[in-house]
Design a protein around this ligand. Sequence first.
Ligand code: NAD
Ligand code: TYD
Length: 353
Amino acid sequence: MTILVTGGAGFIGSNFVLDWLAQSDEPVVNLDALTYAGNLQNLAALQGDARHIFVHGDIGDRALLESLLAEHRPRAVLHFAAESHVDRSIHGPAAFIKTNIEGTFTLLEAARGYWNALQGDDRAAFRFHHVSTDEVYGSLAPDAPAFTETHPYEPNSPYSASKAASDHLVRAWHHTYGLPVLTTNCSNNYGPYHFPEKLIPLMIVNALAGKPLPIYGDGMQVRDWLYVGDHCSAIRTVLARGRVGEVYNIGGWNEMPNRDIVHAVCALLDELRPSAEGPYARLITHVKDRPGHDRRYAIDARKIERELGWRPAETFASGIRKTVLWYLDHAEWVANVQSGGYRDWLATNYTAR
Ligand code: NAD
Ligand code: TYD
């Protein structure tokens, strides 16, 4: 048996591939276009490991998808590949439409053709697992109940709108064609290999470099943070036992405002790598808010617990400590990521703020 993972060189995908192969010998075909967010260094531990077959390619390439499916005959497709950064989607939405919507469409069509030709047990066992986000549900008022799986879709950014569109396509491919799909909508992840354009890794690497820690607006926007290893275990659980056609929300039961996140990172760095110049919180600066910035996300993760028995293993305190320690131990990974396109991105996003 084999699984096909898309986007397995990115943050969550690479964590998923590493965790999968640490727990099973089932090979992974990993299709990734290696955009700025794709980093083969994340998978360095798998060099020479025959269970990991990396393919450099685009999910929009139908012929490539068909040949990979025919050659490797996976029992499941796990679809992580996406443009994933809200700020980038504001500066340049086209790539989000192309990969998240058109790319998902192409992948669904290729998977449908492959699945249609399967027979018997192989056909019954096949799954298309779509990895999505809580951002499709829009923004919550401070006292509103957390997002359930039936919450209306109200995406507010080009990123979340493109993910919402992809969720709708996945749903339609199940209802219209019978494709055996699973969809998971997860809250904000953090952990190793997180590209330092996102809040938590950016704060860690900027603090260590003595650079400003830019908080958008008042910093009271709330996210529900989940350690990436817990997201990976939830996906494995849904893939193994989730009901076909169902949606499962995944979250950390851990709502926190951005300001508290940044202070938590600073406090850990003060403890683990104190700076001669004083506490890292001195570097915090408030910058202009993100346009259309969603105020609050929160996941009601009771369905996945009730039906499949999944709950996160990490608390925020344990997960953020692991994460900060990982960044302290992987200075070379950070340095490599920071060379190249990453610098251009910082200039685009922050210079005029
Ligand atoms: P990421 O940006 O770190 O990685 C995305 C990966 O997809 C990269 O390796 C990139 O090279 C690859 N990719 C992009 N376009 C591609 C294309 N056209 N063809 C093939 N590969 C392509 O993203 P991430 O944070 O790891 O997110 C993975 C998935 O999880 C996304 O679908 C995202 O929407 C979803 N998600 C992310 C979070 C989060 O907090 N990061 C939370 C919930 C859901
Ligand atoms: P981010 O990591 O980009 O994830 P998302 O927008 O998908 O939730 O941002 C998390 C939160 O942190 C979000 O409310 C925006 C905020 N933020 C900052 O305040 N400063 C920053 O430099 C970044 C990148 C994000």
